[in-house]
Design a protein around this ligand. Structure first.
Ligand code: SME
Length: 156
Protein backbone atom coordinates (compact mmCIF):
# COMPACT_ATOMS: atom_id res chain seq x y z
CA UNK A 1 0.00 0.00 0.00
CA UNK A 2 0.99 3.61 -0.28
CA UNK A 3 2.76 4.65 2.89
CA UNK A 4 0.26 7.36 3.70
CA UNK A 5 -1.98 7.21 6.71
CA UNK A 6 -5.55 8.41 6.43
CA UNK A 7 -6.07 10.32 9.69
CA UNK A 8 -9.63 10.64 10.89
CA UNK A 9 -11.36 12.56 13.66
CA UNK A 10 -14.26 11.32 15.78
CA UNK A 11 -14.65 9.06 18.77
CA UNK A 12 -11.73 7.00 19.97
CA UNK A 13 -13.44 3.81 18.75
CA UNK A 14 -14.02 5.36 15.33
CA UNK A 15 -10.37 6.34 15.14
CA UNK A 16 -9.23 2.81 16.00
CA UNK A 17 -11.74 1.32 13.54
CA UNK A 18 -10.27 3.42 10.74
CA UNK A 19 -6.68 2.85 11.82
CA UNK A 20 -6.80 -0.92 12.33
CA UNK A 21 -7.16 -1.95 8.65
CA UNK A 22 -4.48 0.53 7.70
CA UNK A 23 -2.03 -0.99 10.18
CA UNK A 24 -3.01 -4.43 8.92
CA UNK A 25 -2.24 -3.33 5.36
CA UNK A 26 1.09 -1.81 6.41
CA UNK A 27 2.14 -5.14 7.94
CA UNK A 28 0.85 -7.30 5.10
CA UNK A 29 3.68 -8.62 2.99
CA UNK A 30 6.40 -7.30 5.28
CA UNK A 31 8.13 -9.88 7.43
CA UNK A 32 10.79 -7.68 9.00
CA UNK A 33 10.01 -7.20 12.68
CA UNK A 34 11.80 -3.88 13.12
CA UNK A 35 10.02 -2.39 10.11
CA UNK A 36 6.65 -3.54 11.40
CA UNK A 37 7.19 -2.34 14.97
CA UNK A 38 8.40 1.01 13.65
CA UNK A 39 5.34 1.45 11.44
CA UNK A 40 2.90 0.51 14.23
CA UNK A 41 4.52 3.06 16.55
CA UNK A 42 4.45 5.72 13.83
CA UNK A 43 0.82 5.02 12.87
CA UNK A 44 -0.40 5.21 16.48
CA UNK A 45 1.57 8.39 17.12
CA UNK A 46 0.30 10.00 13.91
CA UNK A 47 -3.36 9.17 14.57
CA UNK A 48 -3.56 9.85 18.30
CA UNK A 49 -0.69 12.29 18.89
CA UNK A 50 0.19 10.49 22.12
CA UNK A 51 3.23 11.67 24.02
CA UNK A 52 5.25 8.47 23.59
CA UNK A 53 4.53 5.25 21.70
CA UNK A 54 7.01 2.43 21.45
CA UNK A 55 8.16 -1.10 22.01
CA UNK A 56 10.46 -2.75 24.51
CA UNK A 57 11.75 -6.19 23.55
CA UNK A 58 12.70 -9.04 25.88
CA UNK A 59 16.44 -9.70 25.82
CA UNK A 60 17.49 -12.09 28.57
CA UNK A 61 16.21 -10.79 31.90
CA UNK A 62 15.58 -7.28 30.61
CA UNK A 63 13.37 -5.30 28.28
CA UNK A 64 15.45 -3.30 25.80
CA UNK A 65 14.16 -0.23 23.97
CA UNK A 66 12.92 -0.96 20.45
CA UNK A 67 11.29 1.17 17.73
CA UNK A 68 9.43 4.16 19.17
CA UNK A 69 8.06 7.63 18.49
CA UNK A 70 8.53 10.43 20.98
CA UNK A 71 11.21 11.76 23.29
CA UNK A 72 14.32 9.72 24.10
CA UNK A 73 13.58 7.02 26.68
CA UNK A 74 15.11 4.61 29.19
CA UNK A 75 16.89 1.83 27.32
CA UNK A 76 16.68 -1.10 29.75
CA UNK A 77 13.97 -2.22 32.19
CA UNK A 78 14.31 -5.29 34.41
CA UNK A 79 11.55 -7.90 34.66
CA UNK A 80 9.00 -6.86 37.28
CA UNK A 81 10.17 -3.23 37.33
CA UNK A 82 8.01 -0.28 36.37
CA UNK A 83 4.82 -0.63 34.38
CA UNK A 84 6.55 -2.30 31.44
CA UNK A 85 8.44 -4.85 33.53
CA UNK A 86 5.27 -5.59 35.53
CA UNK A 87 3.21 -6.13 32.38
CA UNK A 88 5.89 -8.58 31.20
CA UNK A 89 6.06 -10.39 34.55
CA UNK A 90 2.27 -10.61 34.92
CA UNK A 91 1.62 -11.32 31.23
CA UNK A 92 -1.24 -8.86 31.06
CA UNK A 93 -2.17 -5.39 29.89
CA UNK A 94 -1.76 -2.72 32.57
CA UNK A 95 -3.70 0.55 32.48
CA UNK A 96 -2.22 3.20 34.77
CA UNK A 97 -4.48 6.28 35.14
CA UNK A 98 -1.96 8.11 37.35
CA UNK A 99 1.68 7.08 36.99
CA UNK A 100 2.58 8.70 40.31
CA UNK A 101 0.36 6.16 42.08
CA UNK A 102 1.97 3.13 40.43
CA UNK A 103 4.62 1.73 42.80
CA UNK A 104 7.97 1.60 41.00
CA UNK A 105 6.84 3.54 37.95
CA UNK A 106 9.87 4.43 35.84
CA UNK A 107 9.68 8.08 34.86
CA UNK A 108 11.43 8.22 31.50
CA UNK A 109 9.73 11.56 30.98
CA UNK A 110 8.55 13.81 33.79
CA UNK A 111 5.65 14.92 31.56
CA UNK A 112 4.08 11.47 31.38
CA UNK A 113 0.87 11.29 33.47
CA UNK A 114 -0.88 8.08 32.40
CA UNK A 115 0.14 4.95 30.58
CA UNK A 116 -0.99 1.65 29.07
CA UNK A 117 1.33 -1.29 28.49
CA UNK A 118 0.31 -4.27 26.36
CA UNK A 119 2.36 -7.47 26.32
CA UNK A 120 3.31 -9.16 23.04
CA UNK A 121 2.83 -12.93 23.08
CA UNK A 122 4.23 -15.71 20.93
CA UNK A 123 3.37 -19.31 21.88
CA UNK A 124 2.17 -18.05 25.26
CA UNK A 125 5.50 -16.34 26.04
CA UNK A 126 5.91 -12.57 26.34
CA UNK A 127 8.57 -11.38 23.89
CA UNK A 128 8.06 -7.64 24.30
CA UNK A 129 5.61 -4.92 25.26
CA UNK A 130 3.91 -1.99 23.59
CA UNK A 131 4.13 1.06 25.87
CA UNK A 132 1.98 4.15 25.32
CA UNK A 133 2.25 7.28 27.45
CA UNK A 134 0.14 10.41 27.69
CA UNK A 135 0.86 13.80 29.19
CA UNK A 136 -2.82 13.80 30.30
CA UNK A 137 -4.02 11.92 33.39
CA UNK A 138 -6.44 9.01 33.01
CA UNK A 139 -6.07 8.92 29.24
CA UNK A 140 -6.40 5.18 28.55
CA UNK A 141 -9.31 2.82 29.10
CA UNK A 142 -10.83 -0.50 28.04
CA UNK A 143 -11.29 0.75 24.47
CA UNK A 144 -7.54 1.27 24.20
CA UNK A 145 -6.90 -2.13 25.78
CA UNK A 146 -9.20 -3.88 23.30
CA UNK A 147 -7.80 -2.21 20.19
CA UNK A 148 -4.13 -2.18 21.17
CA UNK A 149 -4.33 -5.89 22.00
CA UNK A 150 -5.89 -6.46 18.55
CA UNK A 151 -3.17 -4.39 16.91
CA UNK A 152 -0.26 -6.20 18.55
CA UNK A 153 -1.94 -9.56 17.76
CA UNK A 154 -1.30 -8.67 14.09
CA UNK A 155 2.39 -9.29 14.80
CA UNK A 156 1.56 -13.00 15.13
N1 SME B 1 7.10 4.34 32.34
C1 SME B 1 7.59 3.07 31.91
C2 SME B 1 8.99 3.19 31.38
C3 SME B 1 9.08 3.40 29.91
S1 SME B 1 8.77 4.96 29.42
O1 SME B 1 7.50 5.44 29.90
C4 SME B 1 8.95 5.18 27.79
C5 SME B 1 7.54 2.07 33.06
O2 SME B 1 7.27 2.43 34.20
O3 SME B 1 7.79 0.90 32.81
Amino acid sequence: MAEDLHIITGSKSAQYEALFPQIKALLAGESDLTANLANIAAALKEQFLWWWVGFYLVKGEELVLGPFQGPVACTRIRKGRGVCGSSWAEGKTLIVPDVEKFPGHIACSSLSRSEIVVPLFRDGIVWGVLDVDSEHPDHYDEIDREWLEKIVALLG
